[in-house]
Design a protein around this ligand. Structure first.
Ligand SMILES: Nc1ncnc2c1ncn2[C@@H]1O[C@H](COP(=O)(O)OP(=O)(O)OP(=O)(O)O)[C@@H](O)[C@H]1O
Length: 306
């Protein structure tokens, strides 16, 4: 279980004066500036949960992930993963953590992924049979049996992400941190990755924390959503609990069939009933209310906290 208590983190940077004179002056009188990246965060993450962590740019998501993976240590408060403190980087904890950054790869460009995987097997001291069994399981689930033997530079982006996912899970970590895992991937590859992550979470009870700006990732995976804004948690609950603001001048979008051809109409609440009465049930494809889809609700939250 992950327990975060009263966690704050401040970055310290120094104002940089321009020109040679400024650079020399800076050597003697540096003016510090403090950026409060996280402010008094409290969060408990149960084992086996699938959490979506979102927020506008600069909200503090990467900082939180860095604190959870022990890259930086808190300015105040605490982070505990089971009985460990991430910043102490104990080998026992590192073996329980897997990380994937969609924009950065841990693979070597000129080598096939299997070489990196063999190296990871030796870093994590994986017993040979266990390694082979896990590799077979992961490559089968991701349909990547052939991919791991090709040089990484010959793989497409989606194929490379699949190989990176195998690397981050080969040691069967208890916790998996994913940062923008579907960046630049087509819809079908996104779906196969969602299916894989849901299966991995179900089968191995892997706790998955996914940071993404892609709302589809959140819709497809997150059992619980945490929204960070300006370094604070502004929402922490199930997706269904997101606040829906139904304004009085709302409009509906009706998609329907006319002679088997799809059409759509944007209609006010007052005219909706009358219009629906002109259609038969099997003509109606869908009826949605403007402002009620997940993206719009989240956008409203972002706008309010700006
Ligand atoms: N190395 C650093 N030095 C100083 N300030 C930093 C540093 N890294 C991040 N910050 C600041 O800390 C705040 C939080 O940044 P962070 O990278 O955690 O946000 P984020 O939610 O991950 O954003 P994004 O969605 O753009 O990746 C921002 O105001 C950012 O400018």
């Amino acid at each position: 279980m992950i327990v975060i208590k009263n966690l704050s983190f401040d970055y310290v940077t120094f104002e940089k004066a321009s020109g040679l004179k400024g650079t020399i002056e800076d050597l003697f009188h540096r003016k510090p500036q403090y950026v409060k990246a996280l402010k008094n965060i409290n969060l408990n993450i149960e084992d086996g949960s699938l959490i979506g962590l979102i927020g506008p740019n600069g909200a503090g998501k990467t900082t939180l992930t860095k604190l959870l993976t022990g890259i930086i240590s808190p300015s105040s408060g605490s982070v505990n993963i089971d009985t460990f403190i991430p910043m102490q980087r104990k080998t026992e904890l590192l073996k329980e953590i897997g990380v994937l950054f969609g924009q950065k790869s841990q693979l070597s460009w000129d080598l096939p992924a299997i070489d990196t995987l063999n190296m990871l097997a030796s870093i994590y001291s994986l017993e040979e049979n266990r390694f082979k069994k896990r590799l077979k399981e992961l490559t089968k689930m991701l349909n990547a049996e052939d991919l791991i033997n090709k040089p990484v530079r010959k793989l497409s982006l989606g194929q490379r992400v699949k190989c990176d996912l195998i690397c981050s899970l080969i040691h069967e970590p208890k916790y998996l941190f994913l940062d923008e895992p579907t960046l630049g991937l087509d819809l079908m590859t996104q779906e196969s990755i969602y299916e894989f992550l849901r299966e991995e979470n179900k089968r191995n009870k892997t706790t998955i924390i996914i940071t993404s700006h892609n709302i589809r990732d959140i819709e497809a995976l997150a059992q619980r959503l945490v929204i960070l804004a300006n370094g604070e948690i502004v929402f922490d609950d199930k997706l269904e609990k997101l606040p829906i603001n139904i304004s009085t001048d709302d409009h509906f979008i009706v998609k329907y069939l006319v002679n088997n051809e799809p059409e759509s109409k944007n209609i006010s609440e007052n005219d909706l009933k009358k219009f629906l009465q002109t259609l038969s049930a099997n003509q109606i494809i869908s009826l949605t209310r403007e402002g009620i889809n997940l993206e719009e609700i989240i956008l409203e939250i972002y706008k309010k906290v700006k």
